[in-house]
Design a protein around this ligand. Structure first.
Ligand code: PLP
Length: 384
């Protein structure tokens, strides 16, 4: 089946022979499940982001679920999260048994607006699951300050933002539990996969236990002891393990991360330059202390423009270019129909969903393809 034809796709993983070779080596080794290569991948990521520990898991969703569970989130609790994010965030909260409470965002950056956060806090609120949306680090200092002063836990979901920096320091290095995804749409990929990083040794140790069925020793430890160790289960756990094949791919991807980020940055600058003075568009204004990972590039249609996202996305598609509608509000999903959320509670999330779209941005996107995307987009604007 041919998945990538002569159209310009929305994204494409940047993988090649090195990943293939590394995965072959794992397969030849005879140890394909979670083992030594996962441990090595964890070390590489922890060091890169500046965290003491990292726990590899099979998805970012699993990582968030583990973090919330270990912090003691339980049925009856409320967890704040942005309304403008993917279902995975709400899923992780509900997997912990808690109720997701959606928070409106800042229209400028698409991230949480610390100024409105307090409005959503009730006596049942136990945590904030913050999100660094579409590769842009959120206002971490303000969010950390509010959660600290209100006695709430703060988990940062940096699924899309590995390599992004807040005030000079990489996400994951700011001291609160942080999660990353290795789905192909994120900075680096292992096909599927995720990582929970933290400086808290007790949290990390428990995450390792819950990741692997609740067993107090890992398969690798038992294997190394030639079966002389018998594992115990102090509590029920999950199977959230990553395989060594995926980790091998991840280690190779981490060697390329600076090039991946640089290519994305260059493409973002090129879009910025081409679109900055187009009256119909508004580009996100990111404060200079925030360095995005550029895993997405989003454009907003100016309030006074008659253009619509549907028209732009459909016209680009008819010209062989894939783009995407902005993030749709979670509160509107049928899964939450019994909660009686109203659009009026989320004006900025609704507006962003209606007025924003995403353009292709990924390592390996040829210059000529990006030029064509820009030309076609400007052509649509001109015909307006
Ligand atoms: C992609 C994404 C996730 C989910 O990651 P998985 O690895 O697919 O579980 C979570 N949060 C955000 C913000 C994402 O963009």
């Amino acid at each position: 089946m041919k998945l990538f034809d002569d159209q310009i796709p929305f994204m494409k993983p940047w993988v090649g022979d090195e990943e293939w070779q590394a995965m072959r080596d794992v397969i030849s080794s005879g140890w394909v499940s979670q083992g030594p290569v996962v441990a090595e991948f964890e070390k590489v990521v922890a060091e890169y982001v500046g965290s003491r520990f990292a726990v590899a898991v099979n998805s970012c969703t699993s990582g968030m679920h583990l973090a919330l569970r270990i912090l003691g989130i339980k049925p009856g609790d409320e967890v704040l999260l942005p309304d403008s994010t993917c279902m995975a965030n709400a899923n992780a909260v509900m997997m912990a048994g808690a109720k997701p409470v959606f928070v409106d965002i800042d229209y400028q950056t698409g991230n949480l607006d610390p100024a409105v956060l307090e409005k959503y806090i009730t006596p049942k609120t136990k945590a904030l699951l913050g999100v660094d949306q579409v590769g842009i680090p959120a206002e971490l200092d303000a969010l950390a300050e509010i959660t600290r002063s209100r006695g709430l836990h703060f988990v940062d979901d940096a699924a899309t933002a590995l390599g992004g920096k807040f005030k000079g320091k990489r996400l994951g290095g700011h001291g609160f539990p942080t999660t990353f995804s290795f789905h192909p749409r994120k900075t680096i990929t292992t096909g599927e996969g995720g990582m929970l990083v933290s400086d808290d040794e007790a949290l990390v140790n428990r995450a390792r236990v819950l990741r692997s069925a609740g067993a107090n020793v890992s398969d690798l430890v038992r294997h190394s002891a030639k079966g002389t160790i018998v594992q115990h289960y102090d509590e029920a756990g999950y199977n959230y393990r990553m395989t060594d094949m995926q980790a091998a791919m991840g280690i190779v991807q981490m060697k390329k991360i600076e090039s991946i980020l640089a290519q994305r940055e260059k493409q973002a600058r090129k879009y910025d330059k081409a679109l900055l003075n187009v009256n119909h568009f508004v580009l996100p204004e990111i404060p200079d202390y925030i360095q995005p990972a550029h895993t997405s590039y989003f454009v907003k249609i100016h309030d006074d423009s008659p253009l619509t996202v549907t028209r732009i996305v459909d016209e680009l598609a008819s010209r062989g270019i894939a783009s995407r509608h902005g993030i749709q509000p979670l509160h509107r999903e049928p899964a939450f129909k019994n909660e009686n959320y109203q659009d009026e509670m989320y004006p900025m999330t609704c507006k962003l969903a209606e007025r924003s779209f995403f353009l292709p941005i990924y390592p390996g996107l040829p210059d000529a393809s990006q030029d064509r995307i820009i030309d076609e987009l400007l052509g649509i604007v001109k015909n307006q």
